[in-house]
Design a protein around this ligand. Sequence first.
Ligand SMILES: [Zn+2]
Length: 304
Amino acid sequence: MKRCCPNPNCNREPSLLNSSGCLSPRSRLIIRKGSYYRSRDRRFITKYLCKNCGRHFSSGTLSPDFRQKKRDLNHVVVQLFSSGVSQRRMARLLQVNPKTIARKFRIMAARARAEHRLRLNELAQSPISEIQFDDLETFEHTKCKPLSVTLAVNKKTREILGFQVSRMPASGRLAEISRRKYGYRKDERPKGWDLLFRTLNPLVHAGSILESDQNPHYPKFIKRHLKNVGHITHPGARGAITGQGELKKLVFDPLFALNHTCAMLRANLNRLFRRTWCTTKKPEGLIDHLSIYLRYHNTVLIRP
Ligand SMILES: [Zn+2]
């Protein structure tokens, strides 16, 4: 990987390439050509020259962190984003510009999504027998513009398998105010359920069990994308304490894995806190934040 010419126009004789499509070091066409000191992470970086095309490059050229100035912060930024810290406080704690944090937010989210796609391919090899799913409600900018997060988790391990963020119209007392101020708001949840159940399709086998609450819309979407799976519904329950909608006041909560995961989202994503002033401004931001948290949850928090 390190000694692979990054020039896409470099002439690549098949006889010179190794199994990963790189110029083989044995071809003697890629030679070491000095080094430089990268002060940010105190490392010497080796430089190379491709004698095939004349391009210089280094072991940093092909790194996913290429051209990032504060690459050493990537890891801690992911931890803080999954620990309820706001972007501005993060910038203050790490002594960087808030714009740096905002950029890293996008980069780390894209990376987390790519890693999760690989994980889903891995999971497809050994399908899951019990999955729980439900919708969690939040909003963009104002409570008059609600968003719905549909979440699916593995019942046994509490691993988050996927989520979809969809716009939905306000209900109850806010419905009238919302229509007056912001006009008609389309319900995009059917599209979200469609997409989520499609991604779950390779993860289940005939005889898998899906569990959810008694939302009357779910059966139609399950039937459309998941063949031969069972669907068990449970009646809704009251929250354990005021403001704790997720942890139920039941001795035995049949949807515990899912409700516990939702409670963790509420505790660890500052924009999902109850009574917070960190709010989602655009659905894309919520999607990115959930992507980062999903990876951290699955790889760190639920691992013993
Ligand atoms: Zn080359």
